[in-house]
Design a binder for this molecule. Structure first.
Ligand code: DNO
Length: 394
């Protein structure tokens, strides 16, 4: 697999030179400074590409082109926003960057309630606790009719949890949930997020899915023409937040969009950590079913807890069998290679990592510190090498 590393651009505290030292040879990045639906100019893309190449690395995947809210809402501004998205796709193709990750989560992108959860080893991990989330939603944000989106037991647990919070804890929880984690386009205020959520009052899952399919029908033919592999990232976490619809959480969700727009360019960012947060997602079965469409893989492993919470465990621990995952992805690469495809390698990146050692006292992007990801990459690389060596002996 192509060993890649997410880099947030020239301001990233983990520099390209450091990334080179990890042994990764490809970069996953975006023009993060242009997040509001404007076109990414070809010259800006080329300048970023040159910067990467001057460090001896290649830009393998774009993560992500933000999908403007008007497209999710399918309002009057949507056609122009789709046109701009397409111009950016074409500019990336002209620059030779052919894999594009994006997502279709309304209002909030990936979300956690705790960014400093202490693991058994003393490192710090990211965690999502649905009761903390409900406590924020119902009792801090006080979203209209929020209680209706939770069952009686959850509301009672959230109320009890809320009573234990002091002001400082509420501030941290709020900032974790609404300030936007790295790579998210939006950084909301409390009133701002309430207004954004209200825009979706009339949009249920069926409508959001319809809007997604309309978008795919516009962009996938362009991807086919320009040889772009589009990689739709799953919802993280893979269930509704703030009562908002989420339509990329299960195998059925992906089946629906692949049936509607069958071209293989209509692919998936197979994010083990996002999909693995649901016990009813059978990850190996999903890889087997969707393998020709897996154009990008995020390798990360969440540990599901009894309560419905989950935390990000070590890359080889957690609730998903990572060895099995890597084995299946290598098998798909072999299949592509045997077809003589130039793009047979699936780019992967070690997704997130614990805060470890002296990174704990540094300023880092949550989930994207150097040492934790380096550890993850090293472990995953070991699995790849071992499996390849075994396969060569057969
Ligand atoms: C988190 C992520 C997300 C993801 C985007 C994909 O670490 O995997 O930021 O990149 O949602 O579009």
């Amino acid at each position: 697999m192509l060993q890649s590393w997410r880099w947030y651009g020239p301001n990233d505290l983990v520099s390209l030179d450091h990334i080179k030292q990890t042994g990764a040879n490809a970069i996953v990045t975006a023009l993060h400074e242009i997040y509001d639906g404007r076109v990414w100019p070809l010259e800006d893309i080329l300048a970023r590409k040159t910067l990467i190449e001057n460090s001896g690395l290649t830009w393998s995947v774009v993560e992500s082109i933000p999908v403007h809210a008007s497209i999710k809402l399918d309002n009057d501004e949507a056609p122009a926003a789709i046109d701009r998205f397409i111009v950016t796709m074409k500019n990336l193709a002209k620059a030779g960057i052919k894999a594009i990750c994006y997502n279709f989560m309304p209002v909030v992108d990936w979300t956690r309630t705790d960014l400093c959860y202490k693991t058994e080893n003393g490192g710090l991990a990211l965690r999502f606790d649905p009761i903390d989330f409900a406590a924020y939603d119902i009792f801090v944000l006080r979203r209209k009719n929020a209680e209706a989106d939770y069952n009686v037991l959850q509301v009672a647990a959230a109320k009890a949890r809320f009573k234990t919070f002091d002001k400082a804890e509420i501030n941290v929880l709020e900032s974790n949930i609404i300030s936007g984690l790295p790579g998210s386009e939006l950084n909301h205020s409390r009133t701002g997020i309430a207004a954004k959520i209200a825009e979706y009052d009339d949009i249920d899952s069926a409508k959001l899915q319809k809007n997604l399919i309309k978008f795919l029908k516009a962009i996938i033919p362009v991807a086919e023409e320009y040889g772009l592999r589009m990689c739709l990232h799953p919802d993280d976490p893979p269930f509704s937040l703030f009562g908002l619809p989420r339509v990329l959480s299960t195998a059925d969700d992906y089946r629906t969009i692949f049936d509607a727009v069958p071209a293989e360019n209509n692919g998936i960012t197979f994010c083990i950590g996002s999909l693995g947060a649901r016990a009813d997602n059978d990850i190996p079965a999903m890889i087997k079913e969707f393998s020709p469409r897996i154009h990008f893989a995020h390798l990360r492993n969440v540990k599901r807890e009894e309560s419905g919470a989950f935390f990000e465990d070590d890359h080889l621990a957690g609730s998903t069998d990572m060895v099995e995952v890597v084995k299946l992805l290598l098998a798909e690469e072999n299949r592509r290679e045997s077809e003589g495809r130039a793009d047979w390698q699936i780019p992967m990146r070690p997704d997130h990592g614990h805060l470890l050692l002296d990174d704990i006292n540094k300023k880092t992007n949550p989930g994207y510190s150097a040492i934790g990801r380096l550890k993850g990459l090293a472990e995953l690389r070991g699995i790849m090498m071992a499996l390849k060596s075994e396969a060569n002996k057969v």
